[in-house]
Design a protein around this ligand. Structure first.
Ligand code: DQA
Length: 145
């Protein structure tokens, strides 16, 4: 069964209270619970993690090497700045989906740049918390097909 790491970057621990007009009212623990429910239904093991620190996110990606079959990464603002996260994904060679709750392309210009997109198999953005389930289905299909 496809084993998946869902990794969340800076400020996503504040979901539910953080700019609800942009990110909605759902907390990160609610999203984690939805993903756990999907895991129970699908039989695919899912690990969920969050860090506000770039190096800690890189450590999570390295630890997934030879352990996880796919990564779903909402790198938050590091999406738009982090060559180091991009290199970490390339280094482990694990298929990775870039994920955002908001439609970053309908927002500020600086959110249109993504280092993660250069090494991701695909991008899901703009569907709020449902995007996590869409990404789980997508990575499962990608790995198993
Ligand atoms: C985000 C979009 C990023 O631009 C922003 O910095 C975030 C959240 C999203 O999920 O919509 O922190 O990744």
């Amino acid at each position: 069964m496809t084993s998946i790491l869902i990794l969340n970057g800076p400020n996503l621990n504040l979901l539910g209270t953080r700019q609800p007009e942009v990110y909605g009212a759902t907390s990160l623990s609610d999203i984690e619970q939805n993903c756990a429910n999907w895991s129970a239904k699908s039989g695919c093991p899912v690990t969920f993690a969050q860090s506000n620190h770039e190096g800690a996110l890189i450590d999570h990606i390295h630890a997934a090497r030879n352990v996880r079959d796919g990564i779903i990464l909402n790198a938050g603002a590091y999406t738009h700045t982090s060559i180091a996260l991009m290199d970490a994904i390339s280094s482990v060679g694990i298929p990775t989906i870039e994920l955002h709750l908001s439609n970053v392309h309908a927002r500020e210009d600086y959110r249109h740049v993504s280092y993660i997109a250069k090494v991701a198999i695909g991008i899901i953005c703009g569907f709020g918390p449902q995007g996590y389930i869409m990404a789980l289905e997508a990575i499962k299909s990608h790995v198993e097909d």
